[in-house]
Design a protein around this ligand. Structure first.
Ligand code: KIV
Length: 272
């Protein structure tokens, strides 16, 4: 599906709020480079996330922790060049906003100046609220991220469903309100019980985007490489695969190798 003309208007944080009010679901996918950013934007996705999942998907790390500010800026710049309609959100990488709100603001300003992206996403609630508030004072829109927060994987010890116990669920609800009250324009909820996510979405006025958080929220986000089957070793219950591009690429590359070996490629019309 390509974008219809009436939908060519740029997506803004304000438009996402309107969508929530109208009950129109928000679609969000990751992209880490110019080509993928262009494809995802042309297909009509509302929000493109330059996620720090690039640490796993693009760099081959086992966690999101090692990716650097420079690497995120490099990728975000490339994505932004390819996007005409979607709102581009950029993840602040681990170590650039926790603990020191002045450093958080400096990192945020660097990302916005160098990438020309639209807004930033930070993981956490109460613990990082000073950083969130300080970034907002500079007029930079912030998306929150609660539930499973991959930058805290060393604290959790595993990627299992979060907030199943009452105490953690209550803290998540408090954090969600704290982020909304601070001025965040939206929140991502990752891998939590669907009922809890639905409750948060109904209590907040800002959009709640889920990943592994059920259908009772205001929108959905997936990692592009997972949903088009470029990655194969990650199969959580919440992931729906819409294509198997790894199989298609394998076939194409094997055919190319065969054609080169046999001398079939290039043929007479493929040379000068
Ligand atoms: O980095 C990422 O891709 C994310 C999504 C999983 C929401 O934060």
């Amino acid at each position: 599906m390509s974008v219809h003309n009436e939908n060519l208007r740029r997506v803004t944080t304000h438009r996402l709020l309107e969508m929530k009010k109208r009950g129109e679901k928000i679609s969000m996918l990751t992209a880490y480079d110019f080509t993928m950013g262009t494809i995802v934007d042309n297909a009509g996705v509302d929000v493109i996330l330059v996620g720090d999942s690039a640490s796993n998907v693009m760099c081959g790390n086992t966690t999101t922790l090692p990716i650097t500010l420079d690497q995120m800026i490099f990728m975000a710049k490339s994505v932004v060049r390819g996007v005409k309609r979607a709102l581009v959100v950029i993840d602040m990488p681990f170590g650039t906003y926790q603990g020191n709100s002045k450093e958080a603001l400096a990192s945020a300003i660097r990302i916005m100046k160098e990438t020309h992206g639209d807004c930033l996403k930070l993981e956490g609630g109460e613990e990082i609220i000073e950083s969130v508030k300080r970034i907002l004072t500079a007029g930079i829109p912030v998306m929150g991220h609660l539930g499973l927060m991959p930058q805290s994987i060393n604290k959790y010890g595993s990627y299992t469903v979060r907030a199943q116990e009452e105490a953690e669920a209550e803290k998540l609800i408090r954090d969600a309100h704290l982020l909304e009250d601070a001025g965040c324009f939206a929140i991502v909820l990752e891998k939590i019980p669907a009922k809890l996510a639905e409750r948060v979405a109904s209590e907040l006025t800002i959009p709640v985007i889920g990943i592994g958080a059920g259908g009772g929220v205001d929108g959905q986000v997936l990692v592009l490489h997972d949903m088009i089957g470029l990655t194969q070793d990650f199969s959580p219950r919440f992931l729906r695969r819409y294509a198997n591009l790894q199989e298609i690429m394998n076939g194409a590359i094997q055919n190319y190798v065969d054609d080169v070996k046999s001398g079939d490629f290039p043929n007479d019309s493929e040379q000068y």
